[in-house]
Design a protein around this ligand. Sequence first.
Ligand SMILES: [Zn+2]
Length: 255
Amino acid sequence: MITTSQTTRRPARADTMLPREEMLTALRERDRSYDGLFYAAVTTTGIFCRPSCPARDPKPDHVEFYATTREALVAGFRPCRRCRPLDPEAGTPEWASRLIARVEADPAARITDASLRAEGLDPAAVRRWFQKTHGMTFQAYCRARRLGEPAANLSGGQQQMLALARALMLAPKILLVDEPSVGLAPLLVARTIDAIKQLKDHYHLTVLMAEQNFTQAIRIADRGYVIVHGKIAFEGRSADELNNNDLIRQFYLGM
Ligand SMILES: [Zn+2]
């Protein structure tokens, strides 16, 4: 959601979004009057657009709707090069347009406070403007753009970290982690598990993790459940309790 200097619109909340059918119709008809009310992301291309975008006619099954550019970015979508949903609307200061263009030209580049100052910009003012118009600080905006870049060249470990980083940008209270050790080298498994523990402590998160690697998972778990055929076969309220349970060691861990 872009805010002009004349009006201050709060970013729309997901629970106040228009009915999906209405948004699909607006998208099909490229109805300009819906611009700014929602953004359409196409799961097959990883790109998000304004409703009026002339570029594409996606299958409804492949469309996800977001109330704000922030949510679309955080979900990992890239802005369309045709309708340019991140481009400033009327009333945007010239310096902000220039800065946004600079980020778009090279999303991977780091733009430090020092380099902002070198251009005669006040980092605090930049932060406030992005907070107000995009619902996040300038650095968070840059991070979201970096994370939205294609992840194809990343290793398994880097992709796990990227998925965690994306989840954390929404400042969750609960983090669901599904098999973080899959496809990782043994050394990286331990590191990834340690990283999850650090995130848990740092962000005061509740982490629900499904993990085959019992020995690694139990290192950081406060409580554990052994699930067999979809049912909880055993639960322990501490790592010790789980670790020292003969039944678990014998039958489920082969120790
Ligand atoms: Zn577009």
